[in-house]
Design a protein around this ligand. Structure first.
Ligand code: ADP
Ligand code: MG
Length: 472
């Protein structure tokens, strides 16, 4: 009788499965919850063939990632387990029988108050909706964890998985630049609670929407109902809190809601593009209150994380083959944020599908040429002046003039603001390029535009649009 057959007879499947469970538990301790859940937990014991112990993972990408990042540690822990002696681990791709079928989170949201009307009044307009809809793709399962977002992810997990307020994490303040996954994490928390704890009432909305609802409530003399409504939730999530900076009455209401919820031991999760201490235009007490709990930042992506995100997105696409070279090229070149990275990937895939040819490095470079050029190009003050003048239909020469009329003065301020934001020029230098103005004029312009953007959503969108055009 061959040796492995003896061993198979002596050590039943159950013992091997138990050995794997022990190793798995050690991996969790070793790597921490965040990494474990994303990468190691999906490894399932799937049976054995002779001396081969088969583990399965759902995707090819996961197998590669696990093999390249964790294989040595897994092997060494396995080798140390007494029941595992003589058995070798193999990882296959496929669903282990133990895996429960995944439910897709696309059924109507029940406990997540995302679309429900908060007033019984027959208001059929979209203004009747208090929360914002959740994106079914934004789940923890689809979130790739890496160094830059490890803390934010772990904190989001904790909050999602705990029934009560997490000590030291109230509020949980997530901050980071645009397109780095703040909204994704917030939706993931909401989906998770909805699935696992349907009695908890979760409300997710943007700060902009919060403000809008508040103003509307004031206008219709429903401020009381508004307050009651917000205070009835268990978990309140406000996205992009920077939008309420400068808006005093909204801040005031936000602050009261905030206090009321914290006093009642409700969980709050807030996101912003800067840390509480860097958020301008917020009242001091609001700012300090925001920083009371856990402040978790999401850093710019690393090459490794970008690669991981791309590969996980590719896994989700059916019948698409993308050479490793192309993935590496994208991860190397599109460094700004995850949203742009996804956009670039989608463009490459869309192109290949349209022309019906396989994706190669050459076609990827071709398809993304303009995008890459924009990334490489530096924006000049002259470009900004031209773009802004065109947008507001004034002459470029008005950018240099001393005319005070609002029609030209406001666009000039916008151009100054964008020059400060998009170039590395100093204030005096910018002033010179605008017809020899003083640096305090530029400073004033920047401040004024920021205030206006905070007060007036339409104006803000206008300026953001110009900025987007400049960047693309
Ligand atoms: P933010 O709210 O910070 O501006 P989003 O949450 O909207 O950013 O993320 C932008 C896009 O990038 C979304 O499509 C999101 O799914 C994706 N994304 C961001 N971070 C990750 C990640 N770690 N794993 C997978 N997708 C990500
Ligand atoms: Mg967002």
């Amino acid at each position: 009788m061959p040796l492995h057959a003896q061993i198979t007879a002596a050590v039943p499947q159950d013992a091997l499965a138990a050995a794997w469970d022990r190793v798995s538990a050690r991996l969790q301790t070793l790597y921490g919850d965040a990494v474990f859940r994303s990468w190691l937990k999906p490894l399932r014991f799937a049976g054995c063939e002779g001396e081969k112990v088969i583990l399965s993972v759902p995707t090819r990408f996961m197998r590669e990632w696990i093999t390249s990042h964790y294989a040595d540690e897994i092997r060494s822990l396995w080798a140390k387990d007494p029941d595992a002696e003589g058995y070798v681990l193999y990882i296959t791709v496929g669903q282990a029988p133990a895996r429960a079928p995944e439910k897709k989170p696309e059924a109507p949201v029940s406990n997540v108050i995302s679309t429900g009307s908060w007033q019984a009044a027959p208001d059929t307009s979209d203004t009747a909706q208090m929360g914002a809809p959740l994106d079914p793709r934004y789940t923890f399962e689809n979130f790739v964890v890496g160094k830059p977002n490890e803390l934010a992810h772990a904190a989001a997990r904790r909050v999602a998985e705990t029934d009560k307020v997490v000590p030291g994490c109230n509020p949980l303040f997530l901050y980071g630049g645009v397109g780095l996954g703040k909204t994704h994490l917030m939706h993931a928390i909401a989906w998770h609670i909805r699935k696992n704890n349907p009695n908890r009432r979760v409300l997710y909305l943007s700060a902009e929407k919060f403000m809008y609802q508040f103003i509307k409530a004031l206008r219709f003399k429903e401020a009381f109902a508004f307050k009651e409504y917000f205070r009835s939730v268990d978990v309140l999530m406000i996205d992009d809190v920077q939008f309420i900076s400068g808006k005093d009455s909204t801040q005031e209401e936000f602050f009261h809601t905030f206090n009321a919820l914290v006093d009642q031991n409700k969980q709050l999760i807030i996101s912003g593009d800067r840390s509480p201490s860097d958020l301008d235009g917020l009242e001091e007490r609001v700012r300090s209150r925001l920083g009371w709990g856990l402040v978790a930042d999401i850093h710019a992506t690393t090459y490794e994380l970008r690669l991981g995100i791309l590969q996980s997105k590719i896994e989700l696409m059916r019948d698409i083959e993308i050479p490793q070279k192309v993935t590496e090229f994208l991860a190397h070149k599109i460094t700004s944020n995850v949203r742009e990275l996804e956009g670039a990937l989608n463009r490459v895939v869309a192109h290949a599908t349209l022309v019906g040819r396989p994706i190669t490095l050459e076609t990827a470079q071709e398809v993304l040429r303009d995008l890459l050029r924009a990334h490489d190009r530096r924006i000049s003050i002259e470009d900004i002046q031209k773009q802004v003048a065109a947008h507001y239909n004034i002459k470029v020469s008005d950018m240099h003039s001393a005319r005070r009329s609002r029609v030209v003065a406001r666009p000039r301020q916008v151009a100054m603001y964008l020059s400060k934001k998009l170039t590395s020029r100093s204030l005096p230098e910018i002033g010179r390029r605008f017809g020899g103005k003083d640096h305090t004029t530029v400073m004033h312009a920047v401040k004024r535009i920021e205030e206006l953007m905070a007060e007036d959503g339409e104006f803000a969108r206008d300026v953001e649009l110009i900025e987007k055009m400049m960047r693309s």
